[in-house]
Design a protein around this ligand. Structure first.
Ligand SMILES: Nc1ncnc2c1ncn2[C@@H]1O[C@H](COP(=O)(O)OP(=O)(O)OP(=O)(O)O)[C@@H](O)[C@H]1O
Ligand SMILES: [Mg+2]
Length: 252
């Protein structure tokens, strides 16, 4: 039987009796790039935590890379939303990313292989020249890029990112998406984002999570299908679709 990176079957979850996820089914295949969109409180971060094995569903089954989530965690790179990192904690950019190597399952870190992984992750997000800087002395967007590098440094098979571009400027945002497009050749990516207009040309699939997950395949995106996406269905995005899928969207 083929084991997909993510297999989620009829998963429900509640915090203290309040339903947050209901009957969620999701399969992400190897090498796929999935974006999850949806309203605030729709359960996106909760679903990522279930994938990481940090939360246990009240119902349903989750298999990550063929294993129970907690046993697969060392194969997952995770960029949390608004990283709950103490910004005043005196640690350099380099050591922050080096910590990502701890996730690789090695008993200790700091050998030359680790150095190379840290350097290449920092180079990928264009932050190598900040290597000696304290993490508290960066801008919000620069710090975000360092957290992306930290997730990449463990050379994960599955990369989960919760709004990694939230405070990143438009140029760097494009940089991060180009980077994801590049690394997607080697790994599977799940990205939670509100950048609906930008992601269409990068991702393979968009799911909308609003308590329930909406998912259906379609060959191309149209203004109507984008509207429907806001109302929640999922579209399969054709490759090579121009950037401006949101051109028709009205703000009224
Ligand atoms: N630790 C918690 N205890 C109780 N309720 C929680 C907890 N964490 C989240 N919730 C609630 O669960 C629901 C889903 O939250 P979640 O963080 O998964 O949403 P989200 O889709 O990530 O939203 P956003 O776009 O704002 O990040 C929300 O109604 C939230 O208030
Ligand atoms: Mg969230």
């Amino acid at each position: 039987m083929i084991q997909h990176p993510i297999e989620i079957n009829d998963v429900s979850f509640s915090y203290n009796g309040t339903d947050v996820l209901r009957g969620v089914n999701l399969t992400v295949r190897s090498g796929e790039f999935l974006a999850i969109i949806g309203p605030n409180g729709g359960g996106k971060t909760t679903l990522l935590k279930i994938i990481l094995g940090l939360l246990k569903p009240s119902r349903g089954e989750v298999k990550i890379l063929g294993k129970p989530p907690a046993s697969a965690r060392h194969l997952i790179g995770y960029v949390p939303q608004h990283s709950a990192y103490d910004r005043q904690f005196p640690i350099t950019v380099w050591n922050t990313v080096l910590m990502g190597r701890l996730g690789s399952g090695k008993p200790d870190i700091g050998d030359s292989g680790d150095e190379e992984s840290v350097a290449s992750a920092l180079r990928a997000v264009d932050m190598l020249s900040f290597r000696a800087r304290q993490i508290g002395q960066l801008s919000e967007g620069q710090r975000q890029r360092v957290f992306v590098a930290r997730a990449l440094a463990s050379k994960p098979r599955l990369l989960l990112m919760d709004e990694p571009t939230a405070s990143v400027d438009i140029v760097m945002q494009a940089g991060i998406y180009e980077l994801l497009k590049e690394i997607k050749k080697e790994l599977t990516i799940v990205l939670v984002t509100h950048d609906i207009g930008v992601i269409a040309s990068y991702v393979d699939k968009i799911a909308c999570l609003s308590g329930e997950i909406f998912y259906h395949d379609s060959k191309e995106i149209t203004p109507e299908s984008v509207e429907k996406m806001y109302g929640c269905p999922v579209e399969l995005i054709a490759h090579g679709v121009p950037h401006r899928v949101m051109g028709e969207h009205r703000h009224d």
